[in-house]
Design a binder for this molecule. Sequence first.
Ligand SMILES: [Fe+2]
Length: 122
Amino acid sequence: MRGKDIYLCESCGNEVEMLKDAGNVPLCCGSAMQRMEEKQKDSGQEKHLPFVEGEYVQIGEVIHPMEEKHYIEWVEFIGENGFSLKKFFNPGEVPRVKIPKDFKIIKIRAYCNLHGLWSLEV
Ligand SMILES: [Fe+2]
């Protein structure tokens, strides 16, 4: 199962998650929003791919910066049976969180405000 599509408005910065896709691209600021591609490999992956270490996941094997203008906004755990759980971060926090044990996780996604959506199949 893949995660729900994430759309970005390149004008105002609104981010939207498509809970049910009826086939139309959402509009914002008068234009079509851009669907964010999930990256599993790209330059900068060492700072963006979820990195599992025991009971924890951190964003980046080399932990991602958490500055006001560049930070990891959220991490999402996607599980079997339709489960999905997000943890949101603020600048200054450490993008590291205990992996939930309530459901079997099949994918972890992370969102960087500058470098987009990244995912790791578990
Ligand atoms: Fe980044």
